[in-house]
Design a protein around this ligand. Structure first.
Ligand code: NAD
Length: 476
């Protein structure tokens, strides 16, 4: 597949290509150009040329393009879901959810297009002022490989609706779904150059986007370390940045919780997308009064998960997206075992034998009695390993929940409103769920505190984050 710049298929200046691997089989399923600074320059130029005409349309007209794209995506969601599973590995059911999620986000922003408006301020005898919300110009968007469709929508939909044009970089592992979605948006009426997709390596294409003087804002999703680099580079050219970074979400299960529903929440919260979700449940604290029963029921559910190629019907969990991811997870668990820093309840190893041999599979894993200093609790574990710790009281649970540099999401499972209120007010996170985890509809603002990021995506205010205020002051 080619890049898409100014509505045209493009290769890279030095004609280098990168393979896209199906993580379930290890097979190369396609190749994309390994972009260079030249393609980033071309993409910015194409976006600059497309900008005046796109910005001159009304927000409602732009919203109608998003709406048409959403409808085309819904019609062809089977094809998109298969493509997403082939390059990312998640089960077809999850890919279908994600593709529908893409359409949902476009529809949401199309629906609120009429709310994008300015303000009139009376200054009495001194006259009046009118504040407008102008688009920023060309925006850069950079995303990781875990949710290539949904994260694309979170950035591209509000940016385009606000009247900007976009230079977009998908992760090297998962460029195909984003590329196809870019084409369908053009088919829906998005003018050439309004959305340009440049494939390539982060240190080359990503950095060139962040440094480019023609780009006014960069919206980045990825790892904390990369986010810090992006922020540093962007400050050199006074760009605005939104950073959606890693998380190590705690889930607190209180003693009065409905155990089965908490078990189902933990199962989905941790093992959805093979644990490769920024807001996955990454540490679980359960009240000691129900700890043993909770762990027994969760273990039974985890052992019942069907692992395999996401394209096969009935699969609950696919492979990890890459070999490095699988090996990182394996090394973390081996380290825990070697140092005696915890006890493996189930799993704890890469899956071997057919059909797993050629893919990057790791067994869904539960560990308990984890030492507080273990990297499993300190780092963001981006894979299917869940540490479950028993706690004696709410203070201890909240204290542990906050013992991390991250602050993305958190959940509490309880029937007691006071417990929920206490967790909401004291846990450091951008979103606190009660009796659910992972739910992120487009109307709800989302983002982190501490090292988990800066700014918010989704919701109406994210639309305004792609605009700048301009004031007209009039004397009477
Ligand atoms: P990553 O930071 O390695 O890569 C993310 C993107 O940045 C990729 O497109 C990559 O090519 C690009 N990139 C790499 N180096 C760059 C540089 N120097 N300058 C500019 N761009 C560069 O992250 P990853 O490993 O692909 O993704 C996993 C991370 O993403 C996890 O930490 C996860 O929690 C996080 N994430 C966060 C959210 C959120 O909304 N908060 C959502 C999904 C994933």
């Amino acid at each position: 597949m080619h890049m898409r710049i100014g509505g045209k298929d493009t290769g890279s200046a030095d004609d280098r290509w990168m393979g896209v691997i199906n993580p379930a089989t290890g097979e190369e399923i396609d190749r994309v150009p390994e972009g260079t600074l030249y393609e980033v320059d071309d993409a910015v130029r194409a976006a600059e040329e497309a900008f005046p005409a796109w910005a001159a349309r009304t927000a409602r007209e732009r919203g109608l393009v998003l709406l048409r794209a959403a409808s085309l995506v819904r019609e062809r969601h089977h094809d998109f879901a298969r493509l997403l599973t082939s390059e990312q590995g998640k089960p077809l059911r999850e890919s279908t959810d994600e593709i529908r999620g893409f359409a949902n986000v476009l529809e949401y922003y199309a629906e609120i297009s009429g709310t994008l408006r300015g303000e009139f301020i009376s200054l009495g005898q001194a006259g009046s002022a009118i504040v407008t919300h102008e688009p920023l110009g060309v925006c850069g968007a950079i995303i990781p490989w875990n949710m290539p469709a949904l994260l694309m929508a979170w950035k591209v939909a509000p940016a385009l609706l606000a009247g900007n044009t976009v230079v977009f970089k998908p992760a090297s592992r998962t460029p195909l779904t984003s590329g196809s979605l870019t084409r369908i948006m053009e088919e829906a009426g998005l003018p050439p150059g309004a959305l340009n997709i440049v494939t390539g390596r982060g240190e080359v294409v990503g950095e060139a986007i962040v440094r480019h003087p023609g780009i006014s804002k960069v919206s980045f999703t990825g790892d904390v370390e990369t986010g810090a680099r992006v922020r540093e580079l962007a400050s050199g050219s006074f760009k605005e940045v939104t950073l959606e970074l890693g998380g190590s979400d705690p889930m607190i299960v209180w003693k009065d919780a409905d155990i089965d529903s908490a078990v189902a929440g933990a199962l989905r919260g941790r093992f959805y997308n093979a644990g490769q979700t920024c807001t996955a449940v990454k540490r679980l604290f359960v009240h000691q009064a129900i700890g043993a029963e909770f762990l027994k029921r969760l273990k039974a559910r985890v052992e019942g998960l069907r692992i395999g190629n996401g394209l096969d019907p009935g699969v609950d969990m696919g492979p990890l997206c890459g070999e490095t991811q699988r090996d990182t997870i394996a090394a973390l668990v081996e380290d825990l075992k070697l140092k005696g820093q915890g006890r493996v309840v189930t799993g704890g190893e890469p899956l071997r034998g057919l059909p797993f041999d050629r893919g990057f599979f790791y067994a869904p894993t539960l560990v308990t009695d984890v030492h507080p200093g273990s990297p499993l609790l300190q780092r963001e574990v981006f894979g299917p390993v869940l540490p479950v710790m028993c706690v004696p009281d709410l203070n201890t649970a909240i204290m542990h929940a906050n013992e991390t540099r991250y602050g993305l999401g958190a959940s509490v499972w309880t029937r007691d409103i006071e417990v929920a209120r206490e967790v909401f007010s004291r846990v450091q996170a951008g979103i606190v769920w009660v009796n659910r985890h992972l739910t992120l509809p487009p109307e709800v603002p989302f983002g982190g505190v501490k090292s988990s990021g800066i700014g918010r995506e989704n919701g109406s205010r994210a639309l305004y984050s792609y605009t700048r205020e301009k004031t007209l002051s009039i004397s009477h």
